[in-house]
Design a binder for this molecule. Structure first.
Ligand SMILES: NC(=O)c1ccc[n+]([C@@H]2O[C@H](COP(=O)([O-])OP(=O)(O)OC[C@H]3O[C@@H](n4cnc5c(N)ncnc54)[C@H](O)[C@@H]3O)[C@@H](O)[C@H]2O)c1
Length: 341
């Protein structure tokens, strides 16, 4: 794990070390939400010509996180005509499919969640197949593991039989199967990230991201005692730029084809660790409201095949998030536009 100051350079080193396909010049990333925009940022930093496709994009958010070089297009990826036109126009080498519907919203509207998480994945895979695109990486979720997540040991490996317990987890698993079925001729890679936090667009991103951002904003506003809601303690929390790095490595690693990878820190964040990280990042006292018992992800496969390791420790990530939330839009965009060397 990197230190507060070393995190950004360590991340850049990791992102360039394992690149095997050096001919990834153009990419389409679907979903201009928390995950897709950080994936687009990582690709743009690697010098890739990135198009970010979303049914309802927030251009200012994308510019803030990924910089102005990322082309944002309005596209419903669950519409076969729209996705085929997008791929024909942009001719990407790889697609990272991060559009979808997250947790609580998926529970409320399971049929819509099926469209966004499963059917849309089939549309993306079919469009990629027709356009002759080499590789599609799907951002799935640890939610496919289901109730096994509630156990403390052992850590969940990719070989664990998925038994999703929620509509969200079931539609994400259906998306993985849709990719395998429709994308049989393609190189497909599935990433199963843990809970993710980071700079998120208004009304989007998962529960964890919203809770952490609210707590960071309160710390920035000068509160000396900050409450972290929603039982985040005991869950695995990954900083969004690390997901971007994982997706970049999954897109460019030859041996990743056909594989599923857990993407996380490999450990859950205890109440004590959260309190210490908030104190280190902001000098505030954190009140942790509720805790969850969750098994960590086994992240060895992503480390050995992709060379991926979560580089941001909790305090470094919170500190960085505070800087991003506290700065004017132009300043933040300038800090993330530097290309990987
Ligand atoms: N946020 C997390 O903690 C987390 C953790 C693990 C996995 N994931 C997965 O990552 C993916 C993205 O999550 P997120 O946090 O970025 O969510 P988000 O809500 O921030 O962004 C999702 C984006 O997808 C877009 N979208 C939905 N349906 C679309 C369609 N048919 N066509 C085009 N765009 C569409 C939405 O407009 C939105 O901008 C989800 O599939 C989720 O399962 C997220």
């Amino acid at each position: 794990m990197s230190t507060l100051l070393g995190a950004a350079s360590a991340l850049r080193a990791a992102a360039t070390a394992t690149v095997e396909y050096d001919d990834v010049k153009r990419a389409v990333v679907t979903g201009a939400g928390l995950v897709g925009t950080h994936v687009a940022a990582a690709f743009a930093q690697a010098g890739v010509d990135v198009t970010l496709a979303d049914v309802n994009p927030d251009d200012r958010y994308v510019e803030r996180v990924a910089g102005s070089e990322v082309l944002v297009v309005r596209c419903d990826v669950a519409d076969t005509g729209q996705i085929q036109r997008l791929f024909a126009q942009r001719t990407p080498d790889v697609v990272v499919h991060a559009a979808g519907m997250v947790g609580a919203a998926a529970q409320r509207e399971p049929f819509r969640a099926y469209r966004e998480n499963a059917y849309a994945t089939a549309c993306v895979a079919d469009g990629a197949r027709r356009a002759g695109i080499r590789r599609v990486c799907l951002v799935s979720s640890l939610a496919v593991y289901g109730r096994r997540l509630a156990r403390t040991a052992p850590a969940l490996a990719e070989s664990t039989v998925p038994r999703p317990a929620t509509a969200y987890g079931r539609t994400k698993l259906a998306g993985e199967l849709a990719l395998a079925a429709v994308g049989a001729d393609l190189e497909v890679v599935v990433l199963r990230p843990s809970g993710i936090f980071g700079e998120l667009p208004a009304t989007r991103g998962g529960v964890a991201a919203g809770v952490v951002a609210r707590a960071v904003r309160r710390a920035l506003a000068g509160s000396q005692r900050v409450v972290l809601e929603a039982g985040l303690a005991g869950t695995e929390m990954l900083y969004a730029p690390d997901v971007g790095t994982a997706a970049w490595l999954a897109a460019t690693s030859r041996r990743a084809a056909g594989h599923v990878y857990n993407v996380g820190t490999g450990h859950v964040a205890s109440s004590d660790a959260l309190r210490a990280a908030f104190t280190r990042a902001f000098g505030v006292e954190l009140i942790v409201d509720g805790a969850t018992t969750q098994a960590p992800l086994n992240v060895k496969a992503a480390a050995s095949d992709l060379g991926f390791e979560a580089r941001w420790d909790l305090a470094a990530a919170l500190h960085d998030l505070g800087l991003r939330l506290d700065r004017p839009a132009t300043t933040v965009a300038a800090t993330v536009q530097g290309r990987l060397t």
